[in-house]
Design a protein around this ligand. Sequence first.
Ligand code: SF4
Length: 122
Amino acid sequence: MGHSDKVEKNTNKKIKKKWSYLVPEEDEFKRKKYTLNKPYCSIPINQSVIYWNGDLGLCCCDYDNSIMNFNIKKNGYLNTLFSKEVIKFRKQGFQKKHSICNGCDLGNADNMGFQAFKKRDN
Ligand code: SF4
């Protein structure tokens, strides 16, 4: 079960009904799952998440810090972020190789922007 599927499963009907006016009805405006042969996600490359206790997360979807086990208190933010071990995890996130990446479409906004830009050039 992918991350999006878990969110869908854990969102109750009352919440869905309350906020349903924010969800587009037309298919062309709905977010789509990746269909590229080589899917990627630039979020772990462009962003970082620091939890209240100094733990470093992969991305905002890693809200329970299940992917990485690093803390910035000892070596500081930049030294930790650019350590070999953390770079390895972030690269795997870029390649969508972590279990929480299955079904996650958060990075689709990048791809959609790229396609819109591509259309303007034609
Ligand atoms: S695809 Fe993976 S790395 Fe990208 S936002 Fe989703 S969970 Fe995070």
